[in-house]
Design a protein around this ligand. Structure first.
Ligand code: PXP
Length: 234
């Protein structure tokens, strides 16, 4: 059975729209955990556009499952992660102007030191990469523990033949990751329509999903929220 990591960045995005105190990511994490999330995933971006340093600290103290911190491989982030010690760090590429993480990380020797210092701090290291054989082999050589396959391309495809080809590519990547002794993770752009096909491969051990869950939560909660305010107004 695969594990579900719930990405709660968008709760913080909503809070930052007003720079206020609600909605509170700690509360979101707690609800996610009470309803089956196996992990809470957050991305501390260099520009702090959603998750803030205080969120990371509070979540580290309050999360009862696992904390997966997505971050760029910068000195600042390595220092923060080594102090806070999330259970897992997922290294992701980061561009200031992007709306969300676009494309996988381009792995190179430059990352060896970052990976080894995170591992020395007792943190599991995962890398977010495209389903690419060469990249997976490099991940193994660099000593990472888990590989998160970027499913963004899969999620954006419309033609059934292209979707099936991409699923096959993801399956092959997952088989190689597992054969090399790393944990198989997948994420990005997964929703209530496209996740099942990847679950059915029966090889992906963990899914990290955010946008579609938070989007659905808005509508599953909207009626109750309006009714409650209507009672006050009346
Ligand atoms: N995994 C990684 C590495 C990500 O960067 C993201 C987006 O922050 C996700 C999973 C979740 O993607 P989505 O919000 O599209 O479900």
């Amino acid at each position: 059975m695969a594990l579900l990591g719930v990405n709660i960045d968008h709760i913080a995005t909503l809070r930052e729209a007003r720079k206020g105190i609600e909605p509170e990511p700690v509360y979101a994490a707690s609800i996610a955990e009470q309803n089956g999330a196996d992990q809470i995933t957050i991305h501390l971006r260099e520009d702090r556009r959603h998750i803030q340093d205080r969120d990371l600290k509070l979540l580290r103290e309050t999360i009862q499952t696992k904390l997966n911190l997505e971050m760029a491989s910068t000195n600042e982030m390595v220092k923060i992660a080594s102090e806070i010690k999330p259970d897992t760090v997922t290294l992701v590429p980061e561009k200031r102007e992007e709306l969300t993480t676009e494309g996988g990380l381009n792995l190179s020797e430059d990352l060896r030191e970052v990976i080894s210092s995170l591992k020395k701090a007792g943190i599991e290291v995962s890398v977010f990469i495209e389903p690419d054989t060469e990249m997976i082999q490099t991940a193994k050589e660099l000593g990472v523990d888990a590989v998160e396959i970027h499913t963004g391309r899969y999620a954006n495809l419309k033609k059934e033949s292209e979707i099936l080809a991409e699923v096959e590519k993801i399956n092959k990547a997952a088989i190689l990751i597992k054969k090399l002794g790393m944990r198989v993770v997948a994420g990005h752009g997964l929703n209530y329509h496209n996740t099942q096909k990847l679950v059915d491969l029966n090889i992906i051990e963990e899914f990290n999903i955010g946008h579609s869950i938070i989007s659905r939560a808005v509508f599953s909660g909207l009626a109750e929220a309006v009714l409650t305010m209507k009672l006050i107004v009346e």
